[in-house]
Each structure stands twice: as structure tokens, then as C-alpha cells.
Design a protein around this ligand. Structure first.
Ligand code: SF4
Length: 521
């Protein structure tokens, strides 16, 4: 019997080879403190009721020719199969994002609450499978991780039904979406359905919350907790706890269906929480990690031990670091441990275009340690306009591609078009570069710049749509002649994305991403 039951709600991406890391991190920590904890991935389980998982062999054969039609086939067959069921609920399922209702926007708290009793693809699943399971367990705490806005409506639909069945335990929401919308979610209608919100790192707050519920005590003592007191006042506690990352246990995936996700399966791991740079002008990522945008670094030694533990538990040798940016310093130290201990693994991760990526000895070292793919923020081809982005990197993409190609490391470039100070020329030059070097590039993303919540950008005016209080991005109007407005940027990015789709579809295709970059069986 678990004391804490952690749920990952439906309506997240299906094109991933691993469970989201949040629940395994919490379970690992809480169990190491003696708190029986269960985790349950509702996203995959719900999808499994509608469609069979996309197997590796099908994806490999679909991608073997590299044609758009070939890669489209299995992907859209699977997506269509889900939509055949969910279409009756007036919405659409995107396999990379989740389900969106046509009539209700998850950008609006009012519409989220209006949706709670509407017809939903999730109600039957919640009533037949999830709520009976929660009733059986009757855990003191039900914790729900909101990694994406798409999970908001199903989460509140579940909470309402759970309350209606008489569950009297403590329901708490956490995850990246809660961290980013903390102020906007701290409202009475939310607290009519749930009992608490926990932003940022959940380990210490969850442990203390459990102690208070078990031993009696004051919710005011639970670090970071947002809760409603007996007078109906919503209170926000400060974070007075110290969380030392090296003292945490390894992530615990033992309740989750490891090996049963779409495509080639791997395990998510993490060393640093946040981005050590954290100052790119367009980027809201650091905000999701804590007040200062960075919540600490686990040592290379402890991260190495996590990998060994997970290999032994699950016989899996592929790992994805979900750190926002792996630092070269960490990669060097971690690689040396892998090589010295002759560990045969493959790993990939997000990293910045630091000077080290132009150093053949660094690239060779991480390659020897099994690093198979780097996900880099190129944004635009380097020019004197790069300064507007405040990347503060040492981007030399051609040198990077040549060194990585020679070292058997694949490269992904994130591209961002239309940030104020950059425009049509930068977009065109970047796409020309991508296409010219398509044989050296594994995958790319092309995003239009949108004004992200928690960023401050000059030269444009942010437009907040009435009622969209839970939006994380905004439209904008241009205030300068050299700056594009939202519609122009969307058009620009879409135009160049179409060019890439037409000439090099592998670079963008989700089918290919479900098998790359792995080679270890
Ligand atoms: S874009 Fe990348 S490097 Fe820049 S702040 Fe965001 S996460 Fe950090």
C-alpha cells in the first residue's frame, strides 16, 4: 500500500522512448526516506487503450528510404487510429503534443473549469481504471505532475471525479506547468478541487508534506507549498529547505513500463537542474527550475552511479540527459568515468555551442564515452545579429558538424526565427546552411519566436488576449521598423519549414526521431 501515489496524466507526447523523469525522481527520493510511493504513467496507459505502440522495426523500415510518404505512413496511421476514438469528443489528438478540445482552451482557466463536465475521451478511463485503483490504494497523498498545458483539462477532470467519489486525501499538483503558472493557478476554483500546488523541485516539499499529514503539524511548515487555510486564504510558503542533489537517490522507474514506449526505448536521466547560462533573451526555460533559474548540479560521480543502477535494474544501455544544457565541464568528467570503468552505453543530451565543441579532443572524448547526439541551440546562423539573442556562445556550426560527423555524433539544431533584431535574411541564410549540410545534420526544429511568459523583450509590445490567463506565450506587435510582428514571424518560420519538409523531410520527421540516434540493441 502506497502512502503517496504519483500520477502522470494523459495528453502528453507519445513520441518519446522513456517515461517522463519527474515521477521516477520523486519516487527514488521518497522511497529512500522510507515513504512507500507508487507511480503510474496514465499518458501511455491511456494511449495503449486506443492504439498499439509504434514498434522499432516498423519505424526503421519507414525511415530507410527517407521519403516523406514512407515516414508519414506509420506515424499518421497511429495518430489517425487515436483520433478515430477521440474525434467523437470534439477535439484532436496530436501524437507529439496531446489532445486539445475544440470548445475549450487550456490557455483559459475559465474554459478549463467549464470543460470539467463536458464529454471527454478521458472520463471512461478515469472511472473504470484510475479512480478504482486510487480507491484501492487510498494513499494519503495523490500527486499529479503537469509537464504540459495539454494535461490541464484531463487533470482537473480527474480531480473533480476523484473528489466526487469521496477521496479525502491530499491532492497536490506540481511540474513545470505549475511552476510557470503558479500565480495564475493560485485561485479559489483550483483549490475547490485540489489541496496544494508545489512549484520547482518537489522532493523536499513532498517529504515534508507527508510528515505533516502523518504526524500532524502545520501546512505552513511545508517548503514551497501553496495551500488554502481554514479561513479560505490561499497561502504561499517560502522555500526554506536545502536540497542537496548529491544526497538524492537514483531515479526509480520500477513501477513504470520501461521498454514499452514508442520507438527505441531509453531512460531519461538528469545531472543539472536548470541552465548554467540562463540568460538568452528569448528563453523562459530557466524560470521553470526555481527562483534563480538553476537548482543545482549532481556530480559526475553520482550521475555515473545512477546510470549503473538503472542499467542493472532495467538492462537498458541508452540514456537521454534531460538537463537543459549539459556543460562541457560535466561532460568531460562524466565521460572519463564511463571510459575508465569501460561502461558500454549510449547517451544524448541538450548542450550549448561552447568553444569545446570546436576542440577535436573534447569531441573525441565524449564520443568514446558513448555520446551519440547533441541537441544544440543554433537559432540562426552566426552573424553580427546574434548579439540580440544574448546567447554568449562560440557558435561555429560547420566546424561542429565536421568534428561530430568524424566522431560518430549526430547533431540536432534548434532554429528560432524572427527574434527582434533578426529577420528574413537570418532565416534564409540559416535554412540554406541546413540544406547545404543536410548530410551532416541529423534533425532540426524551426520555431517562430513567440513572446514567452517570464521573459522581457524590447522593441515589441506584448498582446495579452482577454481571458487567456493560463497562456505561456503571447502574440506581439512590432514597435520598430526592423522588427516583425507575430503573424509575419509565424509566416516566415512556416515558409522555411515547408522548404525543409520538401527537400529534407528526415530533418523534421517525428518517425525518424523515434529511432535516432541509437545503435545499441
Ligand atoms: S536557450 Fe538554452 S542556453 Fe539559452 S538560457 Fe535557454 S536553456 Fe539556457
Amino acid at each position: 500500500m502506497s502512502q503517496i501515489y504519483l500520477l502522470f496524466p494523459p495528453s502528453w507526447t507519445l513520441t518519446t522512448g522513456s517515461a517522463h523523469l519527474a515521477l521516477p525522481l520523486l519516487k527514488g527520493f521518497l522511497e529512500s526516506k522510507g515513504v512507500p510511493t507508487r507511480t503510474h504513467d496514465l499518458n501511455l496507459e491511456f494511449a495503449n487503450r486506443l492504439v498499439a505502440r509504434l514498434p522499432v522495426a516498423t519505424l526503421q523500415s519507414a525511415c530507410s528510404e527517407g521519403s516523406l510518404e514512407g515516414m508519414n505512413k506509420p506515424y499518421f496511421q497511429a495518430e489517425d487510429e487515436i483520433n478515430r476514438v477521440t474525434i467523437g469528443f470534439d477535439g484532436e489528438w496530436n501524437a507529439q503534443l496531446g489532445f486539445s478540445f475544440s470548445r475549450f482552451s487550456h490557455h483559459s482557466s475559465r474554459q478549463v473549469f467549464e470543460s470539467l463536465d463536458a464529454e471527454s475521451p478521458f472520463h471512461q478511463y478515469f472511472d473504470e481504471r484510475v479512480i478504482p485503483e486510487l480507491e484501492r490504494e487510498n494513499s494519503r497523498i495523490v500527486g499529479i505532475c503537469l509537464a504540459s498545458l495539454y494535461q490541464l483539462i484531463p487533470t482537473f477532470q480527474l480531480c473533480k471525479r476523484l473528489r466526487q467519489t469521496g477521496y479525502e486525501g491530499f491532492i497536490v499538483l506540481g511540474g513545470n506547468t505549475v511552476s510557470r503558472l503558479l500565480r495564475e493557478m493560485s485561485i479559489p476554483p483550483v483549490f475547490d478541487l485540489i489541496d496544494g500546488l508545489i512549484p520547482f523541485q518537489g522532493e523536499m516539499p513532498m517529504h515534508e508534506l507527508y510528515r505533516v499529514l502523518r504526524e500532524g503539524g502545520d501546512f505552513a511548515d511545508v517548503p514551497s507549498l501553496i495551500w488554502r487555510d481554514n479561513d479560505g486564504t490561499i497561502r504561499q510558503n517560502t522555500n526554506h529547505s536545502e536540497f542537496i542533489l548529491d544526497e538524492a537517490a537514483a531515479p526509480d522507474y520500477s513501477d513504470l513500463p520501461v521498454g514499452k514506449y514508442w520507438g527505441v526505448n531509453y531512460l531519461n536521466v538528469i545531472s543539472a537542474r536548470g541552465c548554467y547560462w540562463g540568460k538568452c533573451n528569448f528563453c523562459a526555460i530557466p524560470y521553470g527550475w526555481g527562483e534563480n533559474g538553476f537548482a543545482g548540479q549532481r556530480s559526475a560521480q553520482r550521475t555515473y552511479e545512477d546510470i549503473v543502477t538503472l542499467m542493472e535494474r532495467h538492462s537498458i544501455r541508452r540514456f537521454k540527459f534531460v538537463d537543459e544544457t549539459l556543460s562541457p565541464h560535466f561532460m568531460r568528467a562524466f565521460s572519463k568515468l564511463i571510459i575508465d570503468n569501460d561502461l558500454k552505453i549510449e547517451w544524448e543530451g541538450y548542450t550549448r555551442l561552447e568553444r569545446d565543441w570546436c576542440d577535436a579532443s573534447f569531441v573525441d572524448l565524449v564520443s568514446k564515452a558513448g555520446f551519440r547526439k547533441g541537441w544544440f541551440g543554433l537559432e540562426c546562423l552566426p552573424s553580427d545579429k546574434r548579439v540580440h539573442l544574448n546567447k554568449n556562445d562560440a557558435a561555429d556550426p560547420l566546424r561542429l558538424l565536421e568534428l561530430c560527423s568524424a566522431a560518430n555524433i549526430k547533431v540536432h539544431f534548434f532554429c528560432l526565427f524572427g527574434y527582434p533584431g533578426t529577420g528574413k535574411d537570418e532565416a534564409e541564410n540559416t535554412v540554406e546552411f541546413l540544406l547545404r549540410n543536410r548530410d551532416l545534420i541529423d534533425t532540426v526544429d524551426i520555431f517562430p519566436w513567440t513572446y514567452a511568459k517570464h521573459t522581457k523583450v524590447t522593441g515589441v509590445e506584448r498582446i495579452e488576449r482577454p481571458g487567456e490567463d493560463w497562456a505561456l506565450e503571447y502574440a506581439h506587435a512590432s514597435l520598430r521598423a526592423d522588427t516583425l510582428n507575430s503573424e509575419e514571424i509565424a509566416e516566415l518560420a512556416s515558409y522555411w519549414e515547408e522548404v525543409v519538409w520538401a527537400k529534407a523531410p528526415r530533418l523534421l520527421h517525428p518517425s525518424y526521431r523515434m529511432i535516432s540516434p541509437w545503435s545499441i540493441e
